[in-house]
Design a protein around this ligand. Structure first.
Ligand SMILES: [Zn+2]
Length: 135
């Protein structure tokens, strides 16, 4: 299912020069196949001697951080399984401190107003239901 990646794909990935779907596809492959992580790390090490771990690569480039809006939707469970998986991978495995801080901040905001969360959830499902009926 996963197409093989070419050297140019890795280069473009590190340059953040791929469309979001291809970035996501590469990140999904990296999550599933540790040997690809090692490969990417070696590609990057050749490009930029001195940086040796994938975590450093991510922290250095802040590669494809989800937006604050996406993180908020993630907390509200209003995102696709794919985006949810990506957020978890990005925050837990890559350990992006920037997004982790953003998530903590958003969680605090949400906890302060549970009522608003309930309203948003209801609206989200209502609008989905309306959309489905319209089809
Ligand atoms: Zn991030």
């Amino acid at each position: 299912m996963t197409k093989p990646f070419r050297a140019s794909d890795w280069e473009a990935y590190l340059e953040e020069a791929l469309p979001p779907e291809e970035m996501a596809s590469i990140e999904r492959a990296l999550r599933e196949k540790p040997d690809l992580l090692r490969h990417l790390t070696s590609v990057h090490a050749r490009r930029n001697a001195g940086v040796h771990t994938l975590g450093e690569i991510w922290r250095r480039h802040r590669i494809s951080c989800p937006t604050r809006e996406q993180l908020g939707s993630y907390l509200l469970e209003a995102v696709s399984a794919e985006l949810a998986g990506y957020v978890e991978f990005h925050v837990e495995m890559v350990g992006c401190r920037y997004c982790r801080a953003n998530l903590e901040d958003l969680k605090t905001q949400l906890a302060e107003d549970q009522q608003l969360v309930q309203t948003r959830r209801r609206r989200y499902f209502e609008s989905s239901a309306g959309y489905l009926r319209a089809r």
